[in-house]
Design a protein around this ligand. Structure first.
Ligand code: PMT
Length: 419
């Protein structure tokens, strides 16, 4: 069975299960991301989960009553637990605690969530979250193996700092990454065992270089020219490519995001540094220029902080052009499949189309950054893909959706066209 998800999750019925881990606070954001894909989302919480986040929060975010008890005659009179199990296309448990994993691995049905999981034919996924020592315990690892045998897809866990102060493997994946991995699961036949990363490995063996975030062009030791890019779009693309098996180098301007799992991140500040870092990673099979690279930098950078003059005269800065990174990559004799972005505030497709030709790109992602709620800094985006087919510019509109979902769709589109 393939899940009815393409291109996003619109109309898919997702039951989000939440168990008793500190990562439950992230489940609110996950519920919001799932809703934004157009999915129908209902939430079931274990008793312990309610100590970390209230059912009311999830009810407000999903617009549906939250179920917490198997023995609730009123709720059962609405949609009984068996009906709920049948209603679900996907059951996603995030976070899944060590205890819940143990109960599910052994077929317990001692609360609503475990009972639903026994009664369902839905695709079942879980994002484990626990202390690193608990994750490494042979009992938990055996339960994880057993759950995979039973057809569960395990998303993560992630490595890093933990709420308890430990460092290691056991953190719940970020909601954006869970969503991307959920999308990648759509092709997996139910019952086929899944590894910790999704199975859809169509970029296996490919080298991908992606730029993300802004650049900063120094004016003096304390000031710089920059823009509002947060890096979210580029990081989502890097996560999507890594999850599909690519070896990804992410050349990043200054942002506050954490590095997606399995991605090699190179931090830079200026456009010149970004170009040098990109060239150090070539040749590659696919280059995606998502960074908002400053077109100009100061002709000279003051050694000391610029001082105001006493009069009311303004200040004139002399700027010079920065190298064009994506055009430089596309002009190489060993050029990869080259994808650019175009951030525009007017005449979107005209300007993006001219960048597609002028920079000799294989594909351009046109982004109207004047629209409310998309583009710079937001969690969502909407773009139009433009590319040449038989000398004609061809277009495909991708509506507003979470950047993680959009990245997966853009990568789908690229994969179909990669030589
Ligand atoms: O980072 P987020 O907050 O998630 O926001 C995402 C985004 C809006 C930054 C992203 O979707 C986007 O549109 N990125 C491109 C921003 C941009 O600089 O567009 P541009 O039209 O100025 O540049 C066109 C292309 O040339 C881009 O691929 C850019 O990376 C590249 N370029 C531009 C100038 C330069 N000197 N070198 C380049 O490689």
């Amino acid at each position: 069975m393939s899940l009815p998800l393409a291109p996003g999750l619109a109309g898919t019925r997702i039951l989000l299960g939440i168990s008793a881990g500190i990562a439950a606070y992230k489940s609110a954001h996950l519920a919001r991301l799932l809703k934004k894909t157009g999915a129908e989302v209902r939430v079931v919480m274990t008793e312990g989960a309610q100590a970390f986040i209230t059912p009311l929060t999830l009810q407000a975010l999903t617009g549906e009553p939250v179920r917490t008890s198997l023995l609730d005659p009123e709720a059962e009179a609405g949609m009984g637990h068996i009906e709920l199990a049948k209603w679900s296309d996907i059951i996603l448990i995030a976070p899944a605690t060590a205890d819940l994993m143990a109960r599910l691995a052994h077929g317990h049905a001692d609360d609503l969530l475990t009972t639903l999981c026994l009664a369902t034919e839905a695709h079942c996924l879980m994002a484990p979250a626990m202390n690193q020592a608990m994750w490494r315990h042979p009992a938990t690892l055996a339960n994880a193996d057993r759950l995979r045998e039973l057809g569960w897809a395990l998303l993560g866990p992630d490595a890093g700092d933990q709420a308890c102060g430990d460092v290691g493997l056991g953190r719940m994946l970020e909601p954006e990454t869970i969503l991307t991995q959920l999308l990648a699961e759509r092709e997996r036949p139910r019952g086929e065992s899944s590894e910790m990363m999704p199975v859809h490995q169509d970029l296996d063996g490919k080298r991908v270089v992606i730029t993300a975030g802004p650049t900063r062009e120094a004016l003096d030791p304390v000031r710089y020219l920059s823009n509002h890019s947060s890096g979210k779009m580029g990081y989502a693309l890097a996560a999507a490519c890594a999850q599909r098996g690519a070896s990804v180098s992410l050349v990043s301007g200054p942002v506050t995001l954490s590095t997606p799992p399995g991605v090699n991140r190179i931090d830079v500040t200026s456009a010149s540094e970004m170009l040098a870092a990109v060239e150090s990673q070539l040749p590659c099979d696919l280059f995606i220029g998502c960074a908002a690279v400053a077109d100009y930098r100061a002709a000279s950078v003051g050694e000391h902080k610029m001082k105001k003059t006493d009069d009311d005269a303004g200040l004139t800065l002399e700027l010079v052009r920065n190298p064009d990174i994506v055009a430089t990559v596309a002009a190489r004799p060993d050029r990869p499949f080259t994808v650019g972005f175009a951030a525009e505030t007017q005449d979107l497709e005209t300007h993006a189309g001219s960048k597609l030709e002028r920079k000799r790109l294989d594909l351009i992602v046109a982004n109207d950054v004047s629209r409310e709620g998309v583009g710079f800094g937001s969690d969502d985006n909407a773009v139009t893909l433009l590319w040449k087919q038989h000398d004609q510019t061809t277009r495909r509109e991708l509506p507003v959706q979470a950047k993680a979902t959009l990245a997966a769709v853009i990568v789908d589109h690229i994969v179909d066209r990669l030589p």
